[in-house]
Design a protein around this ligand. Structure first.
Ligand SMILES: *Cc1c(COP(=O)(O)O)cnc(C)c1O
Length: 389
């Protein structure tokens, strides 16, 4: 019960898990003179590589920066095509477009929301230079099938792992099934550095190149310079570095990750059980035998007859204090920038359109308890009961 006596709770969609350890770590940075080019970023990279099992990790300023740098390092440029799932964050497609390449969209599997191998096959043309995979809701996608397609054509595959920390297939973490994986530490993701991202790869040459590209294309890191100013610029690079404050946060957050993931799994399963008897909905598949999932959220897809009432359900949940989200509200090819540039037919990408039009994404984050999950499930079921004839 809330303070006003109503049956209302405060259950936001996401809330970063910031404790005394994070506060102290940030203050520790501020007590010293080094805000950038320090030991904390290097340590965070080693820790993230160890957690995922990658040989190398390169910390950057966001997942968007990570995606951009990987495609740039692979030499993607004007005239090239990059296949991107239609159901994703715009960043996945923007990364290709930044480089003058064309994002060519492919539809997703309606059960998982991740890239459909058949859709991928159809989207690959002669100019295709890279394939982007997104592990929707944290469940690793159909990597064996997608890898087979990519390998047969000799096209590098890049994983956008913004939703899939903790996702593994046969023990291999997402991001290591292709050439590189990109992670986000934006506040609503599994762990946060406020803003931040990471590239992981088992290709040391690629990691070296990305390290240079994130810092102006300078050929020598700060630590490698014997005297100040002793460096050359060998390529066109950005300022996409992570700073020491962000890395200090990340180092504390990664320690919490096993607990965060365990609580997400418990919460997802509890909510899924609470929704099991509810008719007129389909839960996006978020766990599968042989795979570890990141359990990013629980996404419910409404049956066609209920679609028009989505806003009523969201409002009902909001009135009970339950925060929701929509992943993602418009398939990327139908966002104005892409729609005006490429003019997709309204009938294209039917599965991505259905998910955008009919889904409600429910929270399972570690700020919530299993009891909260029971409440969310019951409130959701109650909303449908009121709506259904
Ligand atoms: C959040 C997200 C991004 C963007 O991450 P930033 O760190 O904010 O740049 C990219 N891809 C996917 C799939 C995301 O969910």
């Amino acid at each position: 019960m809330a303070a006003d006596g109503s049956n209302k709770r405060e259950l936001p969609f996401g809330r970063p898990m910031i404790g005394i350890e994070e506060r102290n770590a940030v203050l520790d940075v501020l007590d010293g003179p080094i805000l950038v080019h320090g030991e904390r970023v290097a340590a965070f990279e080693r820790e993230f590589a160890a957690y995922t099992g990658a040989t190398r990790a390169v910390a950057v300023s966001s997942c968007t920066a990570a995606l951009h740098l990987v495609l740039m390092a692979l030499g993607v440029g004007p005239g090239d095509e990059v296949v991107v799932p239609a159901q994703t964050h715009v960043a996945t497609a923007h990364a290709a477009e930044f480089l003058g390449a064309r994002a060519v969209f492919a539809d997703v599997d309606p059960r998982t929301g991740s890239l459909d191998p058949a859709g991928l096959e159809r989207a690959i043309g002669p100019r295709c230079r890279a394939i982007m995979v997104v592990h929707f809701m944290g469940l690793p996608g159909d990597m064996p099938a997608i890898r087979a397609i990519a390998d047969r054509r000799g096209i590098p595959m890049i994983e956008d792992c913004a939703l899939s920390i903790g996702g593994r297939i046969a023990g291999i973490h997402t991001g290591l099934h292709g050439i590189a994986g990109c992670f986000s530490f934006y506040p609503v993701k599994h762990m946060t550095t406020a803003e931040g991202g990471m590239v992981i790869t088992n290709d040391p040459a690629l990691a070296d190149k990305i390290s240079k590209l994130r810092a102006f294309g300078v050929d020598r890191t700060h630590g490698e310079r014997v005297v100040p100013g002793q460096y050359d610029v060998s390529m066109l690079g950005f300022n996409y570095r992570m700073n020491e404050i962000e890395a200090a946060l990340g180092r504390e957050q990664i320690k919490r990750l096993p607990d965060i993931l365990a609580q997400r799994r418990r919460n997802w399963r509890r909510l899924n059980a609470a929704l099991a008897g509810v008719t007129g909905i389909e839960v996006i598949r978020t766990e599968e035998a042989g795979k570890d999932s990141g359990y990013y959220a629980l996404s419910v897809v409404l049956a066609d007859a209920l679609e028009a009432r989505r806003i009523d359900i969201i409002t009902h949940l909001r009135d009970a204090g339950i925060g929701t989200s929509i992943y993602y509200p418009t398939p990327v090819p139908f966002m104005s920038y892409y729609r005006e540039k490429y003019g997709p037919a309204e009938t294209e990408f039917p599965h991505a359109r259905k998910i955008s039009r009919a889904s409600i994404t429910l929270p399972v984050g570690p700020h919530l308890s299993e009891n909260d999950m029971a409440f969310i499930g019951a409130t959701f079921a109650g909303a449908l009961e009121r709506i259904l004839p």
